[in-house]
Design a binder for this molecule. Structure first.
Ligand SMILES: CC(C)(COP(=O)(O)OP(=O)(O)OC[C@H]1O[C@@H](n2cnc3c(N)ncnc32)[C@H](O)[C@@H]1OP(=O)(O)O)[C@@H](O)C(=O)NCCC(=O)NCCS
Length: 183
C-alpha cells in the first residue's frame, strides 16, 4: 500500500517535493533543456527556477530515483481566468513540469498530472497553463487529458529585443464534486 498522498503511475510514484530533491531535479532539468529546450534559457537550469512557483510541488520517482516534477503557482493570467469564468486570483497555474528523457513513456507525466488535477479539484480551483509551440509532447498530453486549448499568442518573455515564442494557453475547469442531493 503506498502511503497517503502518494499517487502511483505504471512505474512512477508521485510524492510532495522535498528540498533534498532539488540537486537531482536540476540534473534532470539540464537533460530536459538539452533535449527539449525546456526551460528555454540555459540560465534557468537551477534550483531557484524550480522553486519559483509559490504553490505546492510534487516529484515523480522511479526505483527511488527522482525523474520529474510539477509545481503550482497561485493565480492565472487574465485571459485564462476569463475563459474559466473565475477571478484570476482564484485559479492555479501549472508550472515547471518535466520528466527525464530516460523515463519518458512510463506514465510519470500522467501520474504527476493526476496528482495536480486531484489537488486542484480538492481545493475547488480551476487550472491554467502555457506551453510553447516546440513543447509538442506536452501540448498533445494536455489535449488528450481534456484540457481546453485557448489558442496561442506571441510571447515576449525575454524583452522586446529577445526571441518571440508562440505560447499556447490551456485551461481545465475543476469544481469540487457537488454533494449528492437527496430525493
Ligand atoms: C511532456 C512530458 C512531461 C511527457 O512525459 P512522459 O513521461 O513521456 O509522458 P507519459 O509517459 O506520462 O505519457 C502520457 C501521454 O503523453 C502524450 N505524449 C507523451 N509523449 C508524446 C509525444 N512525443 N508525442 C505525442 N504525445 C505524447 C501521450 O498522450 C501519452 O499517453 P499514451 O502513453 O497513452 O500515449 C515530457 O515529454 C517532457 O518532459 N517534455 C519536456 C518538458 C515540457 O515540455 N514540459 C511542459 C511545459 S508546458
Amino acid at each position: 500500500m503506498p502511503p497517503a498522498d502518494v499517487t502511483t503511475g505504471e512505474l512512477a510514484v508521485v510524492r510532495p517535493r522535498a528540498d533534498e530533491d532539488l540537486p537531482a531535479l536540476v540534473e534532470v532539468l539540464a537533460q530536459v533543456h538539452e533535449r527539449d529546450r525546456y526551460p528555454i534559457m540555459r540560465s534557468n537550469v537551477r534550483a531557484g527556477w524550480l522553486t519559483e512557483p509559490d504553490g505546492p510541488a510534487w516529484v515523480a520517482e522511479r526505483d527511488g530515483v527522482v525523474v520529474g516534477q510539477v509545481a503550482l503557482q497561485h493565480g492565472a493570467d487574465p485571459v485564462s481566468a476569463t475563459a474559466l469564468g473565475v477571478d484570476p486570483a482564484e485559479a492555479l497555474t501549472l508550472s515547471r513540469f518535466f520528466v527525464a528523457p530516460a523515463a519518458r513513456g512510463s506514465g510519470a507525466a500522467r501520474a504527476l498530472l493526476d496528482t495536480v488535477e486531484a489537488y486542484a479539484r480538492g481545493a475547488g480551483r480551476s487550472l491554467a497553463l502555457e506551453a510553447v509551440g516546440h513543447s509538442v509532447a506536452a501540448r498533445a498530453l494536455y489535449a488528450a487529458r481534456g484540457w481546453t486549448p485557448l489558442g496561442s499568442y506571441e510571447a515576449r518573455w525575454f524583452g522586446d529585443d529577445g526571441p518571440a515564442f508562440d505560447a499556447y494557453r490551456f485551461v481545465l475547469p475543476l469544481q469540487p464534486a457537488e454533494p449528492a442531493v437527496g430525493p
